[in-house]
Design a protein around this ligand. Sequence first.
Ligand SMILES: *Cc1c(COP(=O)(O)O)cnc(C)c1O
Length: 409
Amino acid sequence: MDKSGYYGQFGGAFIPETLNATLWQLNTAFAEVKEDSSFWTEYETLMSTYSCRPTPLTYAENLSSHFGGPRFYIKREDLNHTGAHKLNNVMGQGLLVQRMGKNRVIAETGAGQHGVATATMAAKLGYSCTIYMGEVDVARQRPNVFWMQQLGATVVPVKDGARILKDAINEALRDWSTNMDTTHYVLGTACGPHPYPEMVSYFQSIIGMEARNQILSQAGRLPKRIYACVGGGSNALGVFSGFLEDSSVELVGVEAGGEGLETNKHASRLAYGHGSVGVAQGYKTYFLQDEDGQMLETHSVAAGLDYIGVSPILAAYHEEKKIRFEAATDKEVLEATRLVMRMEGIIPALESAHALAGAFREAPQMNADDVIVINLSGRGDKDIFTIADALGDATWKSFIATKAEEYSA
Ligand SMILES: *Cc1c(COP(=O)(O)O)cnc(C)c1O
């Protein structure tokens, strides 16, 4: 990365002038803590006493024998507090807010997971918290909205535009430019203007540091490959960062192939060349857009991967061919989910199941004693509605219908 936050041609900070001062302040504060080893120690202590870090690396013996190799190791971010890797980033930014002397945090959220993580951090560290969410998403993600409110956050339904994530981003930016003296904008993935991509992947690098030590001590060697799902790119960058210097380790990012790449219903920006370079939401990267730069609609069974942009850091690694990108379809993802539940007793988030699906597809071409690591970014409890629907579970359907009747009575 250069000084202005470019990774090759990607990244930068394309922001309204009103935000210059606050981004500069964030840059300075982050640059200071990066040089201050007591900050990382404080962060590690918080994460180990509040959020189950280090998360385990599990040898998936049944899956390994099912496929006849390779040896599958699963990094268990599903066991992190709030059920995913998201808290790693959010708690790190929370500690930085303390150093900047601010007392309020805001965030935008689509699926709601980042909103829940941010509301959790605000409760724990004592900040007031406002979460912006498109009105359509508020209706779709009622359980997450409920928990954000119980955790003390104000959830603002955004009624502008299509009333989805991008409209919530605009509203959050408006709030930030009005209240930047007291308020920090907590971005949820390794996207957006500099220094967010760098800062978010810095906090997520805790995954890769742990995983590298764990695989060396458990398998006695480095893995042949590492698989991670890619939405904005933060969990992938987190786990990959531990292995970037190891030229023998192949890094594989798995995007949302949705209903198939021959349809328009997917969110694959890198794997098969569907994205093109553009500037939006404050940074330059590959977006899913038409020739006029209008953003396209995306689709995935996993809400957390359903995103038009991708981390500028991953875009640069893609161009350098340092990371290989693939895409898994909704169908492959549901099959992978079912298999890992039955064989290992682990319920993966549908996002994370993309990484599993990518690995399962390639397993037959690997040797029995090859070692691979899969980053399981989160747990699947949140996906109960989607999974039950997809599996066509009749008992679940009648349970929902009975509940609905109870409420309307
Ligand atoms: C949000 C989310 C993702 C996608 O975000 P990245 O920044 O690409 O990691 C993946 N998995 C889970 C479980 C999530 O909640």
